[in-house]
Design a protein around this ligand. Structure first.
Ligand code: ATP
Length: 306
C-alpha cells in the first residue's frame, strides 16, 4: 500500500498542477475574450524570474496588419516598482497587458522579463510568474475557501484565512451562513463586484507572483468599497513589480511612474506631480475626472436629500 500511495499522491499533485494551469489560462482567455495564437519554439526554456524587471523595447503591434495599435512603445518597470498606464479609451492600454502575457506576438520590438525575451521562453512559464487581479473575477461553483485557495492549492486553512484577512474579506465571510464553507458562484451565493475583487486579491496573495498586473475595474464601486480595495491592492503590490492598467486616475497617484498613452504612442511620462505641472493631457484628464466625480457626488447628495 505504501508503495502505491506515493505515485498516486504524485499523480494527484501533477493533476492539480495541470488543472490549475488550464483553468488559469481558460479564465484569462475568457476574461480577455481572445484565443490562443502564439506557439512556443520547440525546446524553448522556461522563464527564470529573479527580480521581475519588465522592459518594453520599441514595441509595435496591431491585431490586424492594416491597423497598428501600439506604435513604438518603450518603457521599463524596474523590479519591485510600480508603473501605471493611463490614457483615453482605445489608446492600447489593455493591449499592453495582453502582450506582456504573450497572448500575441509582436510585429517588431521586444518585451523582456529579467532580460529574457518573452517570445523565446515557454508561454506557460511567463503566465505563471504574473499574477493578475482582473476587472471581473470568475468564481467557481464551490466553497469560498476553494475559491481563495485556488491561488495556491497547497495552502493550509490558516494561510487561506490570513490571505482573506489581508484582502479584507474575512469579516464578510464570517457572517455567511457556513463561513468559509459557503458555496458561491453561479449556483451558490452571488458576490458583489467588490467582494469578488477581494477574493481575487486573496487568491493573488496566496499565489504570491513576482509580477503583478492590475487591470482596474471600469465599473464604479462605491467610495467606501473602493478605498478598502485600494488598501488591499496596495498590500499585494508592495515590493512587487506592478503594472496597473488604470481607468481612474485617483488610484494611481502613488505609482513610481505614470505613462500616458494616446493612440498607441507614449505622449507623457513621469510622477503624478510632474505630470500635473507639465499641464498636458494627464493634467487635462485629471481635471475632467475631478469634475466628473464632483458632479456625481452632488447628484448622490441630492438623491439622498430627496
Ligand atoms: P479602454 O480604456 O477603453 O479599455 P484601452 O486603451 O485598454 O481602452 P485596448 O483594449 O488596448 O484599449 O484596445 C486598443 C485598440 O485595439 C482598440 O481600438 C480596440 O478596438 C482594438 N482591439 C482590442 N482588442 C482587439 C482584438 N482582439 N481584435 C482587434 N482589435 C482589437
Amino acid at each position: 500500500l505504501m508503495q502505491l500511495s506515493v505515485p498516486l499522491n504524485f499523480i494527484g499533485f501533477v493533476y492539480r498542477e495541470i488543472r490549475q494551469g488550464l483553468t488559469d489560462m481558460e479564465e484569462m482567455f475568457n476574461l480577455l475574450d481572445i484565443r490562443q495564437e502564439v506557439k512556443d519554439r520547440p525546446g524553448a526554456p522556461d522563464l527564470v524570474v529573479a527580480q521581475g524587471a519588465i522592459r518594453f523595447e520599441d514595441v509595435r503591434f496591431g491585431y490586424d496588419p492594416e491597423r497598428q495599435i501600439l506604435r513604438g512603445v518603450s518603457f521599463e518597470v524596474p523590479a519591485g516598482k510600480s508603473v501605471a498606464i493611463v490614457g483615453p479609451s482605445g489608446a492600447g492600454k489593455s493591449t499592453i497587458s495582453r502582450l506582456l502575457f504573450r497572448f500575441y506576438d509582436l510585429d517588431s520590438g521586444r518585451i523582456t522579463i529579467d532580460g529574457q525575451d518573452i517570445s523565446e521562453v515557454r508561454q506557460e512559464s511567463v503566465r505563471k510568474s504574473i499574477g493578475i487581479v482582473p476587472q471581473d473575477t470568475v468564481l467557481f461553483n464551490d466553497t469560498i475557501r476553494y475559491n481563495i485557495r485556488y491561488g495556491r492549492p497547497s495552502a493550509s486553512d490558516e494561510e487561506v484565512q490570513k490571505a482573506a484577512d489581508l484582502a479584507q474579506i474575512s469579516r464578510f465571510i464570517e457572517l455567511l451562513p457556513d463561513g468559509f464553507d459557503t458555496m458561491v458562484g453561479e449556483r451558490g451565493l452571488k458576490l458583489s463586484g467588490g467582494e469578488k475583487q477581494r477574493v481575487a486579491i486573496a487568491r493573488t496573495l496566496l499565489k504570491s507572483p513576482p509580477i503583478l498586473v492590475l487591470d482596474e475595474a471600469t465599473s464604479a464601486l462605491d467610495t467606501h468599497t473602493e478605498q478598502d480595495i485600494q488598501s488591499a491592492l496596495q498590500l499585494v503590490s508592495r515590493h512587487r513589480t506592478t503594472l496597473t492598467i488604470a481607468h481612474r486616475l485617483s488610484t494611481i497617484i502613488d505609482a513610481d511612474e505614470i505613462i500616458v498613452l494616446r493612440a498607441g504612442v507614449i505622449v507623457e511620462r513621469g510622477s503624478h506631480r510632474d505630470l500635473l505641472q507639465s499641464n498636458g493631457l494627464y493634467a487635462e484628464m485629471w481635471r475632467m475626472q475631478r469634475e466628473e466625480s464632483e458632479a456625481e457626488e452632488t447628484l448622490r447628495r441630492a438623491r439622498e436629500a430627496d
